[in-house]
Write a protein that binds this ligand. Structure first.
Ligand SMILES: C[S@@+](CC[C@H](N)C(=O)[O-])C[C@H]1O[C@@H](n2cnc3c(N)ncnc32)[C@H](O)[C@@H]1O
Length: 163
């Protein structure tokens, strides 16, 4: 079912496996994904969690609707939709890399226990200022798939300072 799509957009399977195990271990139940594409990650996560996801591209959004019937999907820009959404245990950043800092700041408003950012190894150069920006939050860089930054806000002093 996924062969017809461009898999280079999808989070890698080993990274998905890693975050599913991590979220289960932490007993998280609600996940917000920034950047649905056609719903590959959302459909996998929806097998175990209550997932909400945002995609700006209308064609991708229509595909995602077919591919993930159990995910709550929104079509539009993250910057416009995210401020209208409530709290989530986890927010996953996987949309436009140049907007990662903006998306990280928006994600904090969902009062998440964790923020996960994809592609921090594969797009290291592009995400350099983002990686500097999150440094005070003590991110863990995990080299599975394209590289994940895991920001565990429950353990981060900076988070409580920002509240
Ligand atoms: C890497 S793909 C997401 C892949 C998906 N998370 C997965 O693993 O299956 C990034 C998607 O984010 C969308 N996107 C990028 N910037 C966005 C924005 N500002 N608001 C909403 N969607 C955005 C793009 O259209 C693209 O489909």
């Amino acid at each position: 079912m996924w062969e017809k799509y461009n898999a280079k957009w999808f989070m890698c399977d080993e990274a998905i496996k890693y975050i599913v195990n991590l979220f289960k271990k932490e007993k998280y139940t609600t996940v917000l994904e920034y950047g649905t594409n056609v719903g590959y990650l959302a459909s996998k996560l929806s097998e175990s969690f209550k997932v909400t996801s945002i995609e700006r591209d209308e064609r991708f959004f229509e595909e995602a609707k077919k591919n993930c019937p159990n995910t709550t999907l929104y079509q539009g820009k993250i910057e416009a939709i995210a401020p209208k959404l409530n709290e989530f245990d986890v927010v996953i950043l996987d949309a436009e890399k140049s907007l990662y800092i903006k998306h990280f700041e928006l994600a904090l408003n969902h009062n998440p226990k964790m923020i996960v950012a994809d592609n921090v190894v594969s797009h290291k150069k592009k995400l350099n200022t983002f990686l500097e920006h999150i440094e005070p939050y003590n991110p863990k860089i995990i080299t599975v798939g394209d590289g994940l930054a895991i920001i565990h806000l429950e353990h981060s002093q900076n988070h409580s300072l920002n509240k």
